[in-house]
Design a protein around this ligand. Structure first.
Ligand code: SDX
Length: 427
């Protein structure tokens, strides 16, 4: 394989080195392009542009492969638990028993939130979307944890990491409890991370909380499946904000806002709203398929399509199977699950979708499980953020430890050329 790429422009030839990754992906290193050729590249949405070299997550969109630090997502979803996967993503190896115990205990030590934070939460109307509240509370944490801002040593990063892993579930639970007019609570350190999260979200002051193992196992698996996904929109945002040496919490707050968008993590809420709309409209999936294909119609099949996967999203396969299992275990009949399966079947046989390689993505079935677990639809993307937290942390830490430069893309200017100022009277 050639070790360089040649660019010919305006009668001149330029050679650029290529980088070959451990899965044989090839990137043309254009660091010297502008200096040597006076040229830049243009790639709206960065569809063909790599922002970094990363050792955290590998995707093969054509084969539908997803691995965290080399481990297949199918294995991790079946055999690991969420904190093990969080440790793997952040530190690069599956933890030993001792490492996992220390990590778990360090997180538990940090799973309280300054009482003053409740005043900030009080300022929000109950109608506030939980993602906006969570982004704000995550940023507000900075004020109460100033030592987590300027972290450059691995030791300081570790302290900031266990802080946010301990406090984030509390903020997420409080966000839900505020909407449900329930008193703000704290976790139970005798419980596991996911069970504790579920209890904080749903315990009632006048009832004994009863854990349902099927629910906790399903939630644990969903969080693992959402834990990282290389350079997606929100992760790229976390890296970009972190590249200015803004602190970890500020970078995560920006990532939460990016995830909120319906084209990204907000799609899991949009999918359920779409399925409900189809159900209310009589369940005619074919009619909505036609709308999705009609360029004049803004309707899109939410939960379908992906920038990288041009085959099945492996997470969607696992979640679809899990949806059947969880609803079966909980004895829930949800008509929108059948509508979702009907849409998927029709899309997989429809030339428009087949030609564009549009398959169900991670968001297509996840909301059906969240709903079966009693999670309100406006909290679906908060659940995505809870899962993605270790991935964001891992990517931010990798970027900072590698001392990557501040992100600052170029542009091609297409505005007015120079013109003289005109006094107001003469305009
Ligand atoms: C996530 O990047 C990640 O890894 C993200 C994520 C993660 O884990 O972080 O996987 C999580 O965000 C999953 C995606 C959730 N979003 C949705 O489900 C929203 C619906 N999907 C689309 O909006 C779209 O598919 C995107 C945003 C996901 C991807 O868009 P691209 O890669 O920019 O592709 P595109 O919009 O250019 O579409 C290519 C063609 C277009 O048709 P033509 O112009 O070629 O005729 O496919 C069509 C699009 O109109 N198309 C769809 C469609 N998605 C793409 N048509 C109907 N319904 C859809 N859902």
């Amino acid at each position: 394989m050639s070790k360089t790429a040649t660019l010919e422009f305006d009668g001149k030839k330029y050679e650029f080195p290529v980088t070959v990754g451990t899965e044989n992906e090839i990137g043309i290193d254009i660091k010297k392009l502008r200096g040597e050729a006076g040229l830049i590249t243009l790639d709206p949405g960065y569809k063909n542009t790599g922002s970094c070299e990363s050792a955290i997550t590998f995707l093969d969109g054509e084969k539908g492969i997803l691995r965290y630090r080399g481990y297949a997502i199918e294995d991790l979803a079946e055999k690991a638990d969420f904190l093990e996967v969080a440790y793997l993503l952040i530190f690069g190896e599956l933890p030993t028993k001792e490492q996992l115990n220390k990590f778990t205990n360090d997180i538990k030590e940090q799973s309280h939130v300054d009482e003053e934070m409740k005043k900030i939460l009080d300022g929000f109307p109950k109608s506030a979307h939980p993602m906006g509240v969570l982004a704000s509370l995550t940023s507000a944490l900075i004020a109460f944890n100033p030592s987590s801002v300027d972290v450059s040593s691995e030791e300081d990063m570790y302290k900031a990491i266990v802080k946010i892993l301990g406090k984030f579930p509390v903020l997420a639970a409080w966000t839900l409890r505020k909407k449900n007019s329930l008193p703000l609570n704290y976790g139970d350190e005798d419980l596991g991370y996911v069970e504790n999260l579920h209890k904080m979200m749903f315990e009632k002051p006048n009832k004994t909380y009863k854990v349902d193992k099927a629910v906790i196992d399903a939630l644990d698996k969903l969080l693992i499946l959402h834990a990282d996904h290389e350079q997606n929109c929100s992760t790229s945002t976390v890296r970009m904000v972190g590249s200015s040496h803004a602190g970890l919490f500020a970078s995560l707050s920006a990532g939460i806002s990016a995830l909120w968008g319906p084209l990204h993590g907000g799609a899991n809420q949009a999918v359920i709203e779409m399925l409900e709309r189809i159900k209310e409209d009589g369940g005619d999936t074919h009619k909505f398929m036609q709308k999705a294909k009609d360029k004049e119609d803004p309707f899109r099949l939410m939960g379908f399509g992906h920038r990288v996967y041009k085959n099945f999203d492996p997470r969607a396969k696992i979640i679809k199977k899990s949806a059947d299992e969880v609803l079966g275990q909980l004895g829930i009949e949800d008509p929108v699950l059948d509508i979702a399966k009907g849409l998927e079947k029709e899309a997989l046989e429809d030339d428009y979708f087949v030609k564009r390689k549009l398959y169900p993505n991670v968001d297509f079935y996840s909301g059906i499980i969240y709903r079966a677990l009693g999670i309100p639809v406006e909290m679906f993307t908060v659940m995505f953020a809870l899962g993605r937290l270790p991935g964001w942390i891992a990517q931010w830490r990798e970027m900072r430890l590698k001392k990557e430069p501040i992100g600052r893309p170029r542009q091609i200017y297409v505005g007015e050329n120079h013109r003289e100022f005109k006094a107001l009277g003469s305009r």
